[in-house]
Design a protein around this ligand. Structure first.
Ligand SMILES: Nc1ncnc2c1ncn2[C@@H]1O[C@H](COP(=O)(O)OP(=O)(O)OP(=O)(O)O)[C@@H](O)[C@H]1O
Ligand SMILES: [Mg+2]
Length: 224
């Protein structure tokens, strides 16, 4: 239970756009324990999303190492990384990333389709997950027909599609009022109690208050 499930060693990420180079993440070494509930906080533009993308295997570090369990994901081939991500990590993006042409249910099903789940099971599980986030009656709605908070909940349901043991959420309550935020937080705490490792990037004090541990990111580094 108390093993590190996520580990970074001197992780750094540099982006180059034209002639401008940005050191989004400079030198981050951290461990996140299995089954823990962690919040990442810090000012805008200081590297929080970058760190989440590296931990989630959505992007690779420019230098340094990232481990999920015993697997070093910074160097494994794309196909292995995609499989590991599909099996172990649920990601909720800062801006939802729902497919606009698909319904709420289809957005969840597609995550299972990519993991090879059979169709009847996809549908049954997508409906269960929508019920879990309180949106059973919106299964047939497209993202454009849902409120920001409802889209956020669909994104969480999608992240849970393949029953990952790690849940990474980038500002999951950024667009929600305090009632909707509390509902999402209760859901995340319930998932944490079931044993999932939860990591949330947030600007919300309410969210940070519930965390077992707070990691502060400042200027691409972990601040004390
Ligand atoms: N794909 C990219 N290409 C170029 N620069 C990028 C890219 N992604 C992020 N950056 C830059 O890296 C830095 C860190 O960005 P990041 O998105 O990690 O910040 P953040 O802490 O998540 O901010 P916020 O709280 O506003 O979401 C910023 O200066 C940003 O402009
Ligand atoms: Mg961000």
């Amino acid at each position: 239970m108390n093993n590190p499930i996520i580990r970074t060693e001197h992780a750094a990420k540099t982006y180059t756009v034209g002639e401008i180079t940005t050191s989004a993440l400079k030198d981050v070494s951290l461990e996140i324990l299995q089954g823990s509930f962690t919040c990442i906080v810090g000012p805008s533009g200081h590297g929080k999303s970058t760190l989440m993308h590296l931990i989630g295997g959505l992007d690779r570090p420019s230098s340094g190492k990232i481990y999920i369990g015993d697997t070093e994901i910074s160097t494994i081939v794309n196909s292995d990384l995609a499989r590991l991500r599909g099996q172990r990590i649920g990601f909720v993006f800062q801006f939802f990333n729902l497919l606009q042409g698909l319904t709420a249910r289809e957005n969840i099903e597609i995550a299972m389709m990519l993991a090879g789940v059979a169709e009847p099971e996809q549908r049954e599980r997508a409906e269960k997950l929508l019920a879990l986030v309180g949106l059973a009656e919106k299964a047939g709605s497209k993202p454009g027909q849902l409120s920001g908070g409802q889209q956020q909940r669909v994104a969480i349901a999608r992240a849970l599609a393949n029953d990952p043991d790690i849940l990474l959420l980038d500002e999951p309550t950024g667009n929600l009022d305090s009632v909707a935020e509390a509902e999402i937080l209760n859901l995340l705490q319930a998932l944490h109690r079931q044993g999932k490792t939860v990591v949330i990037v947030t600007h919300s004090d309410e969210v940070a208050k519930r965390a077992e541990r707070i990691i502060r990111v400042k200027d691409g580094l972990i601040a004390a």
